[in-house]
Design a binder for this molecule. Structure first.
Ligand code: ZN
Ligand code: ZN
Length: 317
């Protein structure tokens, strides 16, 4: 990380002399007008003037009496003699960031306006808001409905895992032991230059570079879900787990084992107002059986996208 200090530039607003220097020319050499810190700007790359051994004492202060900008090191205003005690710091130019190619990188959230690019971002923003809003409304906008139990279904699932070779990618330092590295690649480092107005007629140029992390593609033997075995039935069938046939057991390439198990108990309803078919899924068999066919409940139905809010069900009076 390197840091260098250069002079800001300013143009005289009285005689229009351009490209005066922020530190060297506190006054215009042509007409004697004082430098206006608000007119300072970052000079073009090929006209930068370095400041050697710059001692930064803080941004210039505006004299509270006459408004002239004075070095923060001064005690009294050189223009009117007032003490600078509670003078306010002058305005600074916004920081500028440049990529390695010398192109300016716009600050985040403020994309460069090129051929209506800003408009597109505004449209995307509105769309995202709309989509988020849609899901919020869909989840919470409900209305009361009467439902009747029409049936029961259950489903039991067992995930079958296979010990197999998988190809993955991560930072090389995170590769698991025993893995077979197929490819290593090191991304190029990315450098940025920051120009920071120090408010005293100078600006600081800082170079910041990312530390590229070596990436590895590797093959590793591990357990992964290969398939899911299912068993289904209704209320007359005693819920059972699917019969699992493992090809080979143990820990070998191609060996299989049982993974996560899930049991779903589904109660089917009909909306007595509009005949919509609805359902609720429970994880406990006992709760599922407590809903008898023909029983009526009062609950909340989602207005958008449909669906029953299963936590809202209460026996109908
Ligand atoms: Zn001038
Ligand atoms: Zn003054």
């Amino acid at each position: 990380m390197s840091e260098k200090t250069y002079e800001m530039m300013w143009d005289c607003e009285y005689c229009s002399t351009p490209k005066l220097l922020g530190v060297t020319h506190r006054h215009c050499p042509e007409c004697g007008a004082p430098q206006n810190p608000e007119k300072r700007y970052f000079p073009p790359e090929d006209q930068k003037v370095a400041v050697q051994d710059h001692k930064f004492v803080g941004a210039d202060l505006n004299c509270p009496a006459c408004g002239h900008a004075q070095s923060a090191a001064a005690k009294c205003c050189a223009n009117c003699g007032s003490p600078l005690g509670d003078g306010k710091a002058v305005a600074r130019q916004a920081e500028q960031v440049f990529g390695a190619d010398g192109q300016r990188i716009p600050p985040p959230g403020q994309q460069e306006k090129k051929g209506g690019g800003g408009k597109i971002f505004a449209i995307i923003g509105v769309l995202i808001l709309g989509i988020v809003g849609f899901f919020v409304v869909r989840a919470f906008w409900t209305k009361a409905a009467g439902v009747e139990v029409t049936g029961h279904r259950w489903e039991r699932q067992i995930e079958i895992e296979r010990y197999d070779e998988f190809e993955e990618r991560s930072a090389c330092k995170d590769v698991p032991s025993g893995a077979d590295i197929v490819k290593r690649s090191k991304p190029e480092k990315v450098c940025k230059t920051r120009k920071i107005d120090q408010g005293d007629g100078t600006f600081k140029e800082k170079e910041e570079c990312s530390k590229p992390v070596e990436q590895c593609t590797y093959k590793v033997l591990k357990w992964g879900v290969a398939r899911t075995e299912k068993e289904k039935g209704d209320i007359d069938d005693e819920p059972t787990w699917p019969k699992v046939k493992l090809k080979k057991t143990g820990k070998c390439e191609g060996c299989e084992r049982e993974g996560d198990k899930r049991e779903l108990y589904i109660v089917e309803f009909v909306n007595t107002d509009n005949k919509d078919e609805l359902s609720c899924t429970f994880s406990k068999e006992k709760e599922w059986k407590s809903y008898a066919v023909g029983d009526r409940y009062a609950g909340e139905v989602r207005v958008m996208g449909g669906g029953l809010d299963c936590d809202s069900l209460k026996p109908a009076k």
